[in-house]
Design a protein. Structure first.
Length: 511
């Protein structure tokens, strides 16, 4: 199943175009650092290596996500095995990981989400081993994976908090008397330290970003019931009984009592993300462990066996007249997963996809208010329109005399526009973009005076207050599927604001 998943993604991952965030990661990968405004350094570093080895094609850019998504299927089955599952539990848990829309989506796009479930479940795996084998040395590996996770996405800190609180609320609290869990915490801290120092140096830019997003009210805030419903959509509604069974077993079953900390961990993570108005997918990395536990419970219920019983007892109780449920459940889940796969994997053309959505039993979730205007859901619409923006920018660039180009910068309003120019621009001879958006702000004006500037996506009246001469170049060609489209391009000369270095602090835009 993992191999089939890998082949699926490799085949379909070049159907549309480059995703907005992928431009961001590639540009950051061209400026290797221990941190960036909106992310830790791991994904930019990995995509830097991947591009050097495999090139810039869509399949190359998305090879790491496809591989990570496939590995998650194996990890989920491994968790089921360690929780006492036998062959069917492994199969069922793997199917659940295979068909979950969020994990399919993770395999289709490069992003910090793509490795996040692998790292969370790596921590869960070593926590289970530490408890099951009564060997606290596994907590050191928990810390190592957690430290790497902090270099990939900060949200793993919430999972770590959940595990700590879960251990304190369970019989496993005695582990805090052992040095190995503290050594694990030290390992996580040391691995994370360089990024922590980077954040201190730049006055906690990620915290500033989160505050700016909240102040703007960019994200859609969900109530309790919509939030829970969207959790079921993330991992496929038909798997909800499975992961809920796993959650209740971890919290209340005597058979899984040693692992009660995992149940508490889920409740802590759920509460934190809901209270902080986190996006619905922030909780997605935690579900493989619940799916694994649920698969073990369902296998035991069908077989009429108690987890941990002897082989002789299993043989006596092995046939209960419910064995037909095993293939039935597996086939229903696979058929349902195939039906919903086009929601997150670009197996259909855009027009066919729009026709397909009319037959879905629910509306696709909108996570930011600005996404509601797009014809396609954001994860698809943000794969269109970028080449058109760069094409129009090149028109403006070609109007500049060759002897003036060395001091003419290109200013974009967000990292999608700026990253697209960085990626597609060299084909037209364009220089790297300038922007006040997130990490581009930290890269500064790069020595440009500001007397000549191509500016994207702004208003003439604003630009005329800053430059003596403002000429309209044109508007990027319309793309009916794009979220960002018909972007105006201006050529501005004769700065009124002094130097670009003096103006730069006012251009900061972290949201």
């Amino acid at each position: 199943m993992a191999l089939a998943n890998l082949v699926l993604h490799i085949y379909f991952n070049n159907r549309y175009g480059y995703f907005r965030d992928e431009f961001n990661y590639m540009s950051c990968g061209d400026h290797l650092s221990w941190g960036y405004v909106d992310q830790p350094p791991l994904i930019p570093f990995l995509i830097h290596i991947c591009r050097a080895v495999l090139g810039d094609s869509l399949r190359s850019i998305r090879f790491i996500p496809a591989l990570a998504s496939s590995l998650l299927i194996v990890q989920t089955a491994a968790l089921a095995r360690e929780l006492g599952g036998r062959r069917y539990a492994l199969l069922l848990s793997a199917i659940c990981a295979l068909i979950a829309p969020q994990y399919l989506s993770n395999g289709s796009l490069l992003g910090t989400n793509c490795l996040e479930p692998n790292l969370w479940m790596g921590c869960a795996y070593f926590a289970i081993l530490a408890i099951k084998r009564n060997d606290p040395r596994y907590w050191l590996w928990f810390g190592v994976i957690a430290g790497v996770g902090l270099e990939e996405k900060y949200s793993i800190a919430v999972f770590g908090l959940g595990i700590v609180v879960g251990l304190l609320l369970s019989e496993q609290r005695r582990v805090f008397l052992n040095r190995w869990i503290w050594l694990g915490g030290l390992a996580a801290f040391l691995i994370f330290l360089r990024n922590l120092l980077w954040n201190v140096k730049y006055d906690w830019p990620f915290v500033q970003l989160i505050r700016a997003i909240r102040a703007e009210g960019r994200d859609v805030v969900l109530g309790p019931f919509p939030y829970f419903f969207q959790q079921t959509l993330l991992v496929n509604p038909l798997t909800a009984p499975i992961w809920l069974a796993g959650l209740f077993a971890l919290l209340f079953s005597a058979r899984l009592k040693p692992y009660r900390a995992l149940g508490w961990c889920y409740l802590i993570c759920y509460t934190v993300f809901f209270v902080l108005h986190g996006k619905n997918y922030y909780l997605a990395p935690v579900y493989p462990m619940l799916l694994a536990a649920g698969a073990v419970v369902i296998e035991s219920a069908i077989d009429g066996k108690e987890i941990g019983n002897s082989e002789m007892t299993n043989r006596q109780n092995g046939h209960t007249g419910r064995q037909w449920l095993k293939p039935a459940i597996a086939l229903i889940l696979l058929a349902n997963g195939a039906y919903f796969a086009p929601v997150v994997v670009p197996v259909l053309s855009p027009d066919t996809f729009l026709a397909y959505t009319k037959y879905l039993p629910f509306k696709l979730p909108v996570m930011e208010h600005s996404h509601a205007r797009a014809a396609l859901p954001q994860w698809y619409s943000d794969q269109f329109g970028w080449k058109e923006i760069v094409d129009e920018t090149a028109v403006g660039w070609n109007r500049i005399p060759a002897d003036e180009r060395h001091d003419c910068g290109i200013f974009a309003q967000d990292y999608g526009q700026a990253g697209a120019i960085d990626f597609f621009g060299p084909h037209y001879g364009l220089p790297p973009a300038l922007s006040g958006h997130q990490t581009w702000f930290l890269w500064g004006p790069r020595g440009y005076s500001g007397n000549c500037m191509i500016v994207l996506d702004d208003r003439r009246e604003v630009l005329e207050r800053l430059w003596e001469h403002v000429d309209y170049v044109g508007t990027s060609a319309d793309n009916p599927y794009a979220l960002e489209k018909q972007i105006d391009v201006f050529l501005c000369k004769g700065a009124k604001f002094g130097t670009l270095t003096q103006l730069w602090p006012k251009l900061k835009r972290w949201r």
